[in-house]
Design a protein around this ligand. Structure first.
Ligand code: XMP
Length: 518
């Protein structure tokens, strides 16, 4: 548990609750999201928040059994900010009125006009008269609670911004955490300043604390860490190594489905540069042998997943005295989500490929990144001296090149694919586009086409280039390369990669396509 001043976000089920935490973390404020069902009097006493935020949510406070925070939250003596449903629940519990939104529902962009000044909350607001905000509500507050004043109004929300300055309770009808409320961050900044946060949640501080916690948890025991070369496992390994040195052994499973030079880069970075004990489990013969003749995508994935666990277990079993397994679990994976269909639901994504292993092997877990968001992991990687080329890497799926080689996988095809992929990524880097793209790769297609090179006929593979922009990999748009870029890249691939004589560009977005081909 963090030793920093802490802000508690009580989650009532809004789709954007995580964004509140993002905005606060950007302000170097430590916060945690907890579903309202878990926030009891005892929880509040133990958590001892320095401020509280009530999130939005889909329920109606007028309905019986609708979500509430415990009454005692109002007696903590700390500032509270209610957002949307959070505003309504605050008004309802403190003596105001909320009505169903017949005709007054408001979704989307709205403009709030100032009504009265409150520099505690609104310093830097209304400098140009009105502020754009994002509304998304059905019900609305029709009467504010005793002690509250109105600071801002919009055409459909007469109580868009309200507050009780004596108790430092504030409530807004809109969502200051979303991008479409451009000045929203200022509002959070004012709120946490008013609450007395020092803004001491920095990566430098986090690094020291995380190291101390790892030492305390692990003691003299030994830790095993599966290393893939991705950002999360890399940062986990380096942080653990700083904390416990040679008590850490990393296992890097090479399934023969990696990109050009990838295994060498990972091994030299971690073993030679960081001096981390690293087992390079070269099991490509095993994986490629079992995948021979397999063309069904699901069978490929299942085969790789099963072998990965076997191999990892085999190597981990050889490490004497291992008691812990390290995983790069992130905060979004452990946030418990609010479910209105049947009580609290816990969504915990087990880490790719090693899910279930700790129990099977009798190992305890050490998860030093479980309080961090992805971009904080990158910042920590930077703090730990991990090169920018590693930190900013595009995601690479566990099954590797297998799912970029539709149809049967052969060593020959994998070699061609690796070379084409290397040329493509080189082109992207040379044109300064790498960081604009979420993920880019080549897929080798299971078709051969006729071409002509010099005076001869060729009969070689076709490939597809893929490049997408995305925020989280759940949806994606294809990247709008220029025709010049595509033409130049196709020419280079055909000239430099023997075995490919045709290049296509995949312009499918997700949905309906997926990012990977399989
Ligand atoms: P799709 O292809 O489903 O992929 O649009 C979304 C994102 O997830 C990655 N991906 C995986 N990552 N193990 C992983 O670790 C997997 O089995 C896997 N399958 C897809 C994909 O590269 C993209 O970033």
């Amino acid at each position: 548990m963090s030793t920093h001043d802490r802000l508690l976000i009580i989650d009532f089920g809004s789709q954007v609750t995580q964004l509140i935490a993002r905005r606060l973390r950007e302000l170097n404020v430590y916060c945690e999201i907890h579903p309202y069902q878990n926030v009891t009097d005892a929880f509040l006493a133990e958590f001892a928040p320095k401020a509280v935020i009530f999130s939005g949510g889909p329920a109606s406070v007028i309905d019986d059994g609708s979500p509430r925070p415990p009454e005692s939250v109002f007696d903590l003596g700390v500032p509270i900010l209610g957002i949307c449903y959070g505003q309504q629940v605050m008004m309802h519990m403190l003596g105001g009125k909320v009505e169903r939104g017949h005709g007054t529902a408001e979704f989307g962009r709205a403009y709030v006009e100032p009504k009265a000044r409150n520099d505690d909350l609104l310093f830097g607001w209304f400098l140009d008269g009105r502020e754009q905000v994002w509304m998304s509500h059905g019900d609305h507050v029709s009467q504010i609670a005793p002690g509250f004043e109105v600071y801002g109004t919009s055409p459909n929300a007469p109580f868009a911004i309200t507050g009780d300055p004596a108790r430092r309770f504030f409530a807004v009808q809109f969502h200051p955490e979303v991008h479409h409320t451009p000045n929203g961050k200022t509002l959070y900044e004012n709120f946490v300043r008013m609450a007395g946060f020092k803004g001491d949640w920095t990566m430098g501080a986090y690094r020291e604390e995380a190291i101390a916690r790892i030492r305390e948890q692990v003691g003299d025991s030994h830790v095993i860490c599966g290393l893939s070369g991705g950002v999360d496992s890399s940062v986990t390994a380096i942080l653990l190594h700083e904390a416990i040195g040679d008590q850490l052994t990393c296992v890097f499973v090479d399934h023969g489905l990696l990109r050009m030079n990838e295994a060498d880069e990972v091994v030299s970075m971690f073993r030679d540069h960081y001096n981390i004990k690293l087992i390079h489990a070269d099991e490509s013969d095993l994986f490629l042998g079992e995948l021979e003749g397999v063309s069904d995508p699901e069978t490929k994935r299942k085969t790789i997943g099963r072998l990965f666990i076997d191999v990892f277990q085999k190597y981990a079993g050889q490490i004497d005295g291992a008691e812990f397994l390290a995983q790069g679990t992130l905060y979004p994976d452990v946030i418990e989500s609010v479910s209105f269909s049947g009580g609290p639901s816990v969504t915990i994504k087990s880490h790719h490929n090693v899910g279930g292993l700790p129990e099977k092997m009798g190992l305890k877990l050490v998860e030093p990144l479980r309080e961090l968001f992805k971009d904080e992991v990158r910042a920590l990687g930077h703090e730990l001296g991990l090169p920018a080329s590693f930190i900013g890497r595009h995601p690479f799926p566990g099954p590797g090149l297998a799912i970029r080689c539709p149809g049967e996988i052969t060593r020959d095809k994998l070699d061609i694919l690796r070379k084409a992929d290397a040329v493509y990524i080189d082109q992207i880097r040379k044109h300064g586009l790498y960081d604009e793209i979420w993920q880019a790769f080549v897929a080798i297609l299971p078709v051969r086409t006729v071409g002509v090179m010099g005076d001869g006929r060729t009969y070689d593979y076709a490939c597809a280039l893929r490049a997408v922009t995305s925020v989280d990999g759940m949806t994606a748009d294809y990247y709008p390369f220029t025709h010049d870029f595509l033409g130049e890249t196709a020419t280079r691939i055909i000239n430099e990669v023997k075995g490919i004589n045709r290049v296509t560009y995949d312009i499918t977005s997700k949905p309906p396509g997926t990012i990977e081909w399989e």
